[in-house]
Ligand binder design. Structure first.
Ligand code: FES
Length: 172
């Protein structure tokens, strides 16, 4: 589902086409060939993009995930774990909301649409006051509490739109 919050910008959904240069794609392919498993190529791939753009973005993470066929959650975990990577304007509180099977079956898309409306931003953007940014995750390992999300390191499950509103109030 897509929605428009800013002139000329549409909220992205999973699988939207991402544009990176041929030079970057070739460099990532070379990095892939140097490693027996794709997971090991995540670090060099992120480095290649950061070298070109000066920092990483949500689009970069998804691009690496698609190119290497490594789960987004793994790429995101790597990119946020190492301090040598710089993120482009993250919000003070990063929301990671799951849209994988269990959460989808129990309303993840409704929760994501609610977040977009409530925060007035699309996935990967930062709210005007800098408080929040949010991204979709493949699974945050709490399928028993679906639909679920993380705000920073804090887990919140069995989400409803009303519950999300209450949760967001706790973060300044
Ligand atoms: S599918 Fe949503 S937490 Fe696992």
């Amino acid at each position: 589902m897509s929605d428009q919050h800013e002139e000329g910008h549409f909220c992205r959904t999973a699988g939207e086409k991402i544009m990176f240069s041929d030079a970057i794609i070739q460099s990532i392919k070379k990095a892939q060939q140097r490693y027996p498993d794709q997971q090991s190529a995540v670090l060099p791939a992120l480095h290649i993009i950061q070298k070109e753009y000066g920092n990483l973005s949500y689009e970069a993470m998804r691009f690496v995930s698609q190119q290497l066929r490594v789960p987004e959650s793994d790429v995101f975990g790597t990119a946020t774990f190492y301090s040598l990577y710089r993120w482009k304007n993250p919000g003070r509180h990063q929301i990671q909301i799951c849209h994988n099977l269990s959460c989808s079956l129990l309303g993840a898309e409704t929760m994501i649409a609610h977040l977009e409306k409530k925060l007035g931003v699309c996935e990967g953007q930062v709210t005007k006051d800098g408080r929040f940014s949010f991204i979709r995750m493949e699974c945050i390992g709490r399928c028993d509490g679906a639909p679920a999300m993380l705000v920073g390191d804090d887990y919140h499950g069995e989400l409803t739109p009303e519950k999300i509103d209450e949760i967001l109030k706790k973060y300044e």
